[in-house]
Write a protein that binds this ligand. Structure first.
Ligand code: SF4
Length: 150
């Protein structure tokens, strides 16, 4: 990642986490890990968010919520699955009340494994996500200028 054209805003949703991964996400915001040094701002509003960070697996109860948050986010956007539950269903995979990882509901750009996922892995995933966000933004800008020329 060379640079980011704007401060990326991030929304976090706890799908069905045991809260282990959520605590690690919160740890990223503490001065020890200081994810805000990348200019990242935590928001509760999907319309303001560029990055959707999900912890926990998807089930019948929350799949619509995950999809609605994703749909409310403007393009370009990036999804990060945080922890093995979000990546694949984890230890709950194939349980009667679990559908699987976040990619059962929406497209996932970055997978951050771990149980619980380590703050370093979350920060690494966010930095990867920022690179993908810039690529998507450039592709969107190119498509817009092509449309204008036509
Ligand atoms: S990956 Fe582990 S710590 Fe994270 S939500 Fe699943 S069970 Fe909990």
């Amino acid at each position: 990642m060379s640079h980011s054209s704007k401060s990326p805003w991030l929304i976090h949703y706890d799908a069905s986490s045991c809260n282990g991964c959520d605590i690690e996400v919160l740890a990223c915001l503490t001065p020890m890990y200081d994810v805000e040094r990348f200019g990242i701002i935590n928001t509760g509003n999907p319309k303001h968010a560029d990055i959707f960070l999900v912890t926990g697996s998807v089930n019948d109860q929350n799949i619509k919520v995950v999809q609605q948050i994703y749909e409310q986010m403007r393009e370009p956007k990036v999804v990060i699955a945080c922890g093995v539950c979000a990546c694949s269903g984890g230890i709950f995979k194939e349980c009667y009340n679990t559908l699987g990882g976040v990619d059962m509901a929406i497209p996932v750009d970055v997978y951050a494994p771990g149980c619980a996922v380590r703050p370093e892995a979350i920060i690494d995933a966010v930095v990867k996500g920022l690179g993908i966000l810039e690529q998507k933004r450039a592709a969107l800008d190119a498509a817009k200028s092509k449309k204008k020329e036509a």
